[in-house]
Design a protein around this ligand. Structure first.
Ligand SMILES: Cc1cc2nc3c(=O)[nH]c(=O)nc-3n(C[C@H](O)[C@H](O)[C@H](O)COP(=O)(O)OP(=O)(O)OC[C@H]3O[C@@H](n4cnc5c(N)ncnc54)[C@H](O)[C@@H]3O)c2cc1C
Length: 299
């Protein structure tokens, strides 16, 4: 363990945390500790870290802003790689932008609109990173990441490789990536538009989001995927679960597909409430809700 720590620390120059509580890194503010919490500051460091972990046979997970994550209270054995240090981006000719995985989506959307690049303005206000948004095929208002991603660079043990949008097989809130790879950089192609009109659209989206989703506490956005032809929040409401609570968490009165933590909630409370909602919706409508949030870690 010591020599693994030393190897990681040498590459990351001190940015190796031990037993780091993941509640500090998820928007729900729940989640137990990660054995190792690693914060590479460059793609070179990222590949080097993956090589060390691979040689040592240490399992790992990657997280961005933790805005679509439920980490169980037992935390994560092995390593968690946080992409927050990978934030470079540059404009390419022809309406293209290259962005590293840890760049906040809000920065990408603001900067692309200022350049007169349309394609992601409807996603304004989604609190994730570029890498997390690609992995989830994040979307809103008729736009999604799949509409702009052209290709990407995946980091693997000691090396990088290109991966095309076609290989991603984007679908509703999902994208196919090899299990042992991390999105390091994404190349995005936009459509030209008027910068002022784009900025106005972003402002409208932010107002709309605040009105519809200002739920007043830590949350992870929509908990369940919309089943085909249905809206998850309506099903939760029909099942009488709006306002239902468990321990320190409750279904938002404002948006029935959001679960809000009052600050005392634990991952176990959220999992129990999610199961109660699933059972209530199944009993009422015959529809099985599927989690949109990714669930990681040990009980
Ligand atoms: C208030 C609120 C509103 C939201 N609204 C929306 C919305 O309108 N539409 C929508 O689609 N989502 C929405 N979300 C959910 C969430 O913000 C998005 O899914 C976001 O794109 C997740 O990005 P992240 O960086 O937080 O990913 P994380 O939550 O950190 O990770 C999500 C998944 O992506 C994987 N991942 C992260 N980074 C990488 C990487 N570099 N390479 C490979 N895999 C990676 C993780 O392993 C995990 O499986 C909302 C969330 C909140 C809290």
């Amino acid at each position: 363990m010591d020599s693994l720590f030393e190897k990681l620390n040498l590459v990351l120059k001190g940015r190796v945390l031990i037993d780091e509580p993941l509640m500090r890194h998820t928007t729900w503010r729940v989640g137990g500790p990660a054995d190792f919490f690693l914060v590479p500051q460059s793609r070179r460091e990222l590949s080097a870290v993956l090589a060390i972990l691979g040689e040592a046979g240490v399992p790992w997970e990657v997280i961005g802003a933790g805005s679509n994550l439920l980490v169980r209270d037992g935390g994560i054995r092995g390593a968690v790689i946080h992409t927050g240090g990978l934030r470079r981006w540059s404009r390419r000719g022809d309406g293209r932008i290259r962005a590293e995985a840890g760049l906040p989506l809000t920065t990408l959307i603001r900067e692309s609109a200022a350049l007169g690049f349309s394609g992601l303005e409807m996603l304004a206000g989604i609190p994730g990173t570029v890498g997390g948004a690609v992995a989830m095929n994040a979307g809103a208002g008729g736009q999604e990441m799949a509409g702009v991603v052209e290709e990407m660079i995946l980091a693997g043990p000691g090396a990088e490789e290109p991966w095309s949008a076609a290989e991603c097989a984007f679908a509703y809130r999902s994208c196919t990536l090899p299990a042992d790879r991390i999105v390091a950089e994404v190349s995005l192609r936009f459509t030209p538009d008027d910068p002022e009109a784009l900025q106005e659209e972003i402002a409208r989206r932010l107002i709309h989001r605040r009105a519809a989703q200002g739920v007043g506490g830590p949350n992870a956005g929509s908990v369940f995927k919309n089943p085909p032809g249905e809206q998850a929040w309506k099903l939760v409401e029909r099942a009488g679960m709006r306002g239902a609570s468990q321990g320190g968490v409750r279904v938002s009165e404002k948006h029935a597909n959001f679960i809000v933590n009052d600050g005392r909630g634990r991952a176990g409370d959220i999992l129990t409430l999610m199961e109660k909602i699933r059972q209530a919706v199944l009993a009422k409508t015959g529809i099985e809700l599927e989690s949109e949030v990714r669930i990681l870690g040990e009980e």
